[in-house]
Design a binder for this molecule. Structure first.
Ligand code: NAP
Length: 259
């Protein structure tokens, strides 16, 4: 099976693990099992500490753990320079990052501030472009880039507001990047995950109602887990998905197909 995946000793950069509940941690577990070499980026020192503890507790050996704030071009450039110097070739990047100001997730959507809109876009959508640009020089053997999206990109999920717009931009960014990077055999896709209780999800009001609705109405009648998303990310990083680019892949128990 591992041979079919062709991920053993491949270097994958995972961006955005705040704690053991993070989707990025589910991804790390899936990729580590099949022998991928993992590089991690963090923004806050608090997340770095949690990540280092998680790695130690699970006896995971990271190739590198490096700071990267995706709101800052210099930070992204420095991070990928350090990664490139350490590993030489990058085969995959998992962008598991999003952020919006709490104020823009409350109240009426029409009151979204100009600054809050721009900040959510910058952090959650533009950053994928900046990251792909800095990673590309090291993706000399081709590879796979994955972003994490949510159904609020396509449908009005009242609680999601400005983040829904950012995810729409992220999904379209995936398609334009896929077109740009395809000739270099770099694939770019997004996974649209169902709701999962993480730190980021805490900012979404009525998150419990969203979880309950999926459980009651999605075809699989359950919510998805970090591991479900981790395993699909593994598939999208692997040789098995070599013909797929520019796609939004739903890992949501089928919820998105229901009227
Ligand atoms: P999470 O555990 O809170 O992870 C979010 C990560 O984003 C954190 O590690 C945070 O880093 C990072 N981040 C925020 N701003 C950043 C910046 N400027 N530079 C670098 N990193 C930054 O939440 P999660 O749910 O796993 O979110 C991961 C991705 O999945 C996001 O794109 C999210 O929108 C998406 N998603 C989540 C759900 C869900 O229901 N949870 C569903 C669909 C899609 P620090 O902790 O260091 O600040």
């Amino acid at each position: 099976m591992t041979d079919l995946l062709q991920l053993k000793d491949k270097t994958i950069v995972i961006m955005g693990i705040a704690n053991e509940r993070s989707i990025g941690w589910g991804v790390a577990q899936s990729l580590y099992k099949v022998g991928a070499k993992l590089v991690f980026t963090y923004r806050q020192e608090r997340s770095q500490k949690k990540l280092l503890k998680l790695l130690e507790k699970n006896e995971f050996e990271a190739e590198l753990v490096v700071e990267c704030d995706v709101n800052n071009d210099e930070s992204i450039s420095n991070a990928f320079k350090q990664i490139g110097e350490k590993v030489g070739t990058i085969h995959g990047v998992v962008h598991s990052i999003a952020f919006a100001h709490a104020a823009d997730l409350k109240g009426d959507f029409i009151n979204t501030s100009r600054e809050g809109y721009a900040f959510a876009q910058d952090t959650s959508a533009y950053s994928l472009i900046a990251v792909a640009r800095e990673a590309k020089p090291y993706m000399t053997e081709g590879g796979s880039i994955i972003g994490m999206s949510y159904l609020g990109a396509q449908r009005v999920i009242p609680e999601y507001k400005v983040m829904g717009i950012a995810k729409s931009a992220l999904e379209t960014t995936v398609k334009y990047l896929a077109s740009d990077l395809g000739p270099d055999n770099i694939r770019v896709n997004a996974i649209s995950a169902g709701p999962i209780r993480t730190l980021a999800a805490k900012g979404i009001p009525s998150f419990n109602d969203i979880l309950n609705e999926v459980k009651e109405t999605a075809p699989l009648r359950r919510n998805v887990t970090q591991e479900d998303v981790g395993d699909m990310t593994l598939a999208m990083m692997s040789h098995l998905s070599r013909g797929v680019t520019g796609e939004i892949i739903y890992v949501d128990s089928g919820y998105n197909i229901m009227a």
